[in-house]
Design a protein around this ligand. Sequence first.
Ligand code: HXC
Length: 515
Amino acid sequence: MSKKESSDKLKSLREQARHGGGEKRIEAQHAKGKLTARERLELLFDGGEFEEIGQMVTHRSTLFGLDKKNFLGDGVITAFGRVDQRSVYAYAQDFTVLGGSLAEAHAEKICRIMDLALQNGVPIIGLNDSGGARIQEGVVSLGGYADIFYRNTRASGVIPQLSLIMGPCAGGAVYSPALTDFVGMVDGSSYMFVTGPNVVKTVTHEEVSSEALGGSETHASKSGVSHFSYKDEPSAIAGFKKLLSFLPQNCEDLVPKYGYESMDESRPLLEEIIPISSEKSYDMREIINEIADSDSFFEVHENWAENIVVGFARLAGRSVGIVANQPLFLAGVLDNQASRKGARFVRFCDAFNIPLLVLEDVPGFLPGTDQEWNGVITNGAKLLFAFSEATVPRITVITRKAYGGAYDVMNSKHIGADMNYAWPSAEIAVMGSKGAAEIIFKDEIRNSEDPENTWKKKENQYALEFANPYKAAARGFLDEVIEPKETRFKLIKAFDILENKVVEPPKRKHGNIPL
Ligand code: HXC
């Protein structure tokens, strides 16, 4: 073969690979409002440029007509490149090739870049769009999935792993995204379920659509499987690029720090947000937005367990993870879902050296059979364990209520927080004054001539004693009572001094978080 012939051959093979499953299937993909795998990667990487690995890989199967259906790349593009100037590995399943189905060679390609990402300490993003295990290849497809699951688990806590679902993701295929740190879904075109609507109908006689069973909204608001939902694919990819901007490259890296010029850090608006009546609600996000660098708050799990708010923000340019009770929903109470949501986020931040800021206004844990029967003891313990175990810098600001066990759980000094602040409006007590008075003055109230009035008086007496931050401050459980407007300034200073915090965990294989 002449030099020209061999160069032409390479060009032609590359061209062939670039066309995936062919024009007709690409048109069909576009007709569904979906981009191709290549177009998605072009949106992800800076300047649309990426280096492909294993472009010429093909499957080795000849069964069930596969000998006549062999495509370069085997239905997945694996690549590396730069996202906002930082290295990232990514794979994108190509639905135009055998429905993006996964089998031996396809899985080997994904495993290869997972190994490289782990070895080189670089985040990995999976863009999933697949009909699942390639039926014609049988058990090697299942083996391929398990090879990926194993690597997901080994990479957990070492490099950030992100999953975007941009098409079908069914059966055991769902477990790779579930093992990664963050999952995003696209409205109307992606779904995740272990068993689809047909099997559901056969087994439980329920009639349910794919969308209702496992669409983007379902997983973002009901199950919590997905952390983000996006209206279309470009916003999904843009959202994940923003998410990456808060994360370090790996567990040994420092969090990204963006340029920041110190200015007047006083935030007088913080004085206005909390209503005078402690029964009234307010939106904790207003407080977060005032404290954080402007427009930097990036919420995670926005529509699930809304009684707790978690997300990333920047404080003087540095990434912080925020965990905050949300008085706007269920008065900010902790329950099963909120505890799980908070615990998972705390553990992510701790694994990746992201300091934690806790904003606390919590009336306690939600009572009731639903909560108890669904394990609020175990779930609450998850949050307690996650905070207690975290070795990153941890700061708490109590804005209003800090009642009962929830006071301990929400990053109290007793479980290792580094700095604990409270606003003058803080109420730190075993329970609310009304309930407390009812219990400890039960006889006095019942036997008095005007029980209602006596109860009120006793409530006031209890409130005077405990519905303030000064008892806790006198014990040193708080480091300082601060004015709301000073909060941002105090936090910047405190996170600064904690920057080089070192905690040696006890020698052990791993803790046993109550899962
Ligand atoms: C082989 C597959 C495939 C699969 C789709 N295709 N899924 N080929 N194995 N799993 C092929 C189709 O045959 C078709 O090829 C092409 O991809 C496009 O598929 P369509 O059906 O035309 O597309 P659409 O109408 O959009 O439907 C998409 C779909 C459907 C809903 C995903 O294809 C489907 O139900 N596929 C089977 C899903 C499934 O049961 N997978 C196994 C799940 S169990 P042609 O050449 O005809 O165009 C599993 C276990 C994993 O994954 C366990 C891990 C531990």
